[in-house]
Design a protein around this ligand. Sequence first.
Ligand SMILES: *Cc1c(COP(=O)(O)O)cnc(C)c1O
Length: 396
Amino acid sequence: MDKLAVNGGRPVRETMLPYGRQYVDEGDIEAVREVMKSDFLTTGPAVKKAEEKLCEITGAKYGVAVCNGTTALHCACMAADISPGDEVIVTPLTFAASANCVLYCGGTPVFADIDSETWELSPQAVRDSITPRTKAVIAVDYTGQPCEYSSIAGICEENGLTLIEDASHAIGTRYKGRPAGSIADMTTFSFHPVKTVTSGEGGAVMTDSYETCDRLRLAAKHGITHNPKVTGTDDLWYYEQIELGNNYRLTDMQCALLMSQLEKLSLFARRRKQITEQYKTALEDIPEVILQREYEGSDTVRHIFVVRLDLSMLKAGRKQVFDALRAENIGVNVHYIPVYWFPYYSAMGYRRGICPNAEALYESIVTLPMFYSMTDGDVRDVIAAVKKVIYYYRTG
Ligand SMILES: *Cc1c(COP(=O)(O)O)cnc(C)c1O
């Protein structure tokens, strides 16, 4: 057996393979250059074009581009009227922003556990977490795989809750034929460089409701309206601030990049699906490696590929496996530390143990590299390194 790099052996590859990275081509650069020579660097036509393209891709009626995925979530919570005293149900297996947005509005995040096989927010846990104060549910399409929306949307409807889908991982994903963006009351995206499409920083909120779209624009644009029906005058210079909004605008440069990237979404999606299949085929027969279960009706464009280790079958813990893979020059990562484990949350009174499935999953997962421009050779390196490390540490 080959000596592990962590023990002084030769690594599977010579250079570090990152877990994610953007793909920017000459067309993207040219699109940004064009905008830089135009009359508008912000609030111009490129913003509207990108919003329309997002509507076309997701099937949503309205889209509001904002400066990142975090502000998209903040706007969604503002549009859902989250206020002090309101509870919002959210998965702990996510980036902190999915819960922080509730706090920005003075609301209380209530963490509901994941399903231990699909790793997505459990519909039963959502049901069990509802109280008279619950106002909304933020469901995260973890890894890009959709949540079980038939159940979750039904629960929200029965209980009068707003459903917000944090689809930061899931642009291009479909659930029972419907694209992410056309399922929940509001859907948010992130266009950070590690995500499937990027505008540097960037985000958006999608909705089918005209009223909600209005609220989102107020949240993202200082709470200011120019609408004569609201202000009662058609004086051209006149506008009113009617609530406390923010400046969360996305620039025209970024929207031009976003537009150009969105035109490549089907290309990006196809490659991510290919890599997923290559990983699945190579790893599904390794008993120490457990893969995320997909249910009927999910057609997933994956942002990350996460594997769970069956630690009972290994002589090493997750940390040792992680360090060994890094030593092989595979840029593995971990998504995510349960949000309520962070000191900021524990200081508010959240205790460990409230979501046992998410905590157990966190202790045993590793994220493998995945991005559009990964070559088949890169994929083979990852698979070779996983096998090398797992075979070395297996007990059997
Ligand atoms: C990336 C991400 C965000 C935040 O997006 P930013 O654009 O980085 O602000 C929110 N939720 C999830 C699940 C994410 O992966």
